[in-house]
Design a protein around this ligand. Structure first.
Ligand SMILES: Cc1cc2nc3c(=O)[nH]c(=O)nc-3n(C[C@H](O)[C@H](O)[C@H](O)COP(=O)(O)OP(=O)(O)OC[C@H]3O[C@@H](n4cnc5c(N)ncnc54)[C@H](O)[C@@H]3O)c2cc1C
Length: 359
């Protein structure tokens, strides 16, 4: 049996890993040039710069279990600095633990998986060389089966399963398919297949965001800085919605004597790096220009679910059971957190294996 996994973000790679372990033939297809989706880590001059997620709740087991299975369990690192502050527009005030996520609108139950909602105040964990470590380990296991720059434009019924069409006109047949793509992409592919209920998946909104990393010498940053970062109050008038003191939050994010900050900037006119620099200078009292800045643009970043989301996803999944094996997985459906994505991908794979009698 060949299973085509569309999307090589964490959900798709986790699905592919589960399928490979069960001995299925897998091909993973991604429209991008790099696997990992929103997981992007850049390493430069001994800095570890995260473009997307920088960690996950230590209480969430799925990503950590996967890490152990692919041999990088010893690369997990704990959050060092704890606690956040609130920028009121005038001063930084201490925030109760868990409050920062709430202010940022992170949907706790959906982030961690509704079944075993962990408290948001739990500590976070990451990987020693950044979140991409888990992507790299998965890719190393899956390498001959992974094809990048393969954007899937349509899925159609075929004699034995499915026919996938790609940008450029080529096709591929597979007995089963897992769509581990954003909700709006899955909505389009499934609607083209005659699953009208899937159009409702378009109700998942992806919030735009720009993650700007800024490097400084530690002597430019006030010593009194406390905790792992701050969140700006919605009426603070800032373009910076939150900031992580990355070099304090996790070990070895910056070389000795240097500091690394990461600001989440709302979509702005002008250069987000300069705007982040000016606002952080005013809020934190940083002196002078950064050594460098690096902005990652997420026109469609974290998904937000509208009321009734779980029911809409369940209705689509119910409809899919009447077709040849086809599953949906990922942040657009089962929770935005990276651990939830791992779980979602693995469960989609298990569902496919069940249907073809391989579980
Ligand atoms: C700035 C930012 C910070 C975040 N911080 C955290 C954090 O600290 N902790 C946390 O837990 N989560 C965080 N998240 C959320 C988390 O990173 C994502 O929800 C998760 O990585 C999504 O994984 P996924 O596999 O579902 O989707 P994605 O990573 O979006 O992967 C989907 C893949 O599908 C591919 N694709 C799309 N269309 C097609 C097509 N037609 N054909 C083929 N391939 C296609 C894409 O190229 C992509 O690689 C953050 C997200 C952002 C943007």
């Amino acid at each position: 049996m060949t299973v085509a996994v569309v999307g090589a973000g964490l959900a798709g790679l986790s699905a592919a890993w589960e399928l490979c372990r069960a001995g299925a033939e897998v091909v993973v297809l991604d429209s991008g040039r790099q696997p990992g989706g929103m997981v992007v880590t850049e390493r430069r001059d001994q800095f570890i710069v995260e473009g997307g997620p920088d960690g996950f709740l230590a209480a969430e087991p799925d990503l950590q279990e996967l890490a152990r299975e692919v041999g990088i369990g010893d690369r997990l690192v704990d959050q060092v600095a704890r606690g956040s502050a609130l920028w009121t527009g005038r001063r930084l005030e201490p925030l109760a633990e868990g409050k920062a996520a709430e202010l940022l609108g992170i949907q706790a139950n959906l982030t961690v998986g509704a079944q075993h909602a962990a408290p948001l105040q739990s500590a976070f964990r990451s990987f020693a060389a950044g979140m991409a470590e888990v992507v790299e380990a998965l890719v190393a296991c899956l390498v001959p089966r992974l094809r990048t720059t393969q954007g899937v434009t349509a899925v159609a019924r075929a004699a034995r399963g499915w026919r996938l069409s790609f940008t450029g006109g080529s096709t591929l047949e597979a007995e089963a398919v897992i769509l581990a793509v954003p909700a709006w992409v899955a909505a389009r592919l499934l609607a083209g297949l005659g699953v009208p209920a899937a159009r409702a998946l378009d109700s998942v909104l992806y919030a735009p965001s720009i993650a700007v990393s800024l490097a400084y010498r530690v002597d430019q940053v006030p010593r009194a800085l406390e905790g792992a970062g701050f969140v700006a109050a919605s009426d603070s008038g800032c373009a910076v919605r939150a900031c992580t003191y990355a070099w304090r939050k996790y070990p070895k994010r910056a070389p000795e004597g240097l500091a690394l900050l990461r600001a989440f900037v709302e979509p702005v006119d002008g250069d987000p790096g300069s705007i982040a620099q000016a606002e952080l200078a005013a809020i934190l009292g940083i002196e002078g220009a950064p050594l460098w800045t690096r902005a990652f643009y997420w026109p469609r970043g974290l998904p937000r679910y509208a009321r009734g989301h779980a029911e809409r996803v369940a209705a689509v999944r119910q409809r899919l059971t009447r077709l040849a094996p086809l599953a949906i997985a990922g942040a657009g459906f089962d929770g935005a957190g990276v651990s939830a994505c791992v779980k979602s991908g693995r469960e989609a794979a298990k569902g496919i294996l069940d249907r073809v009698g391989r579980a």
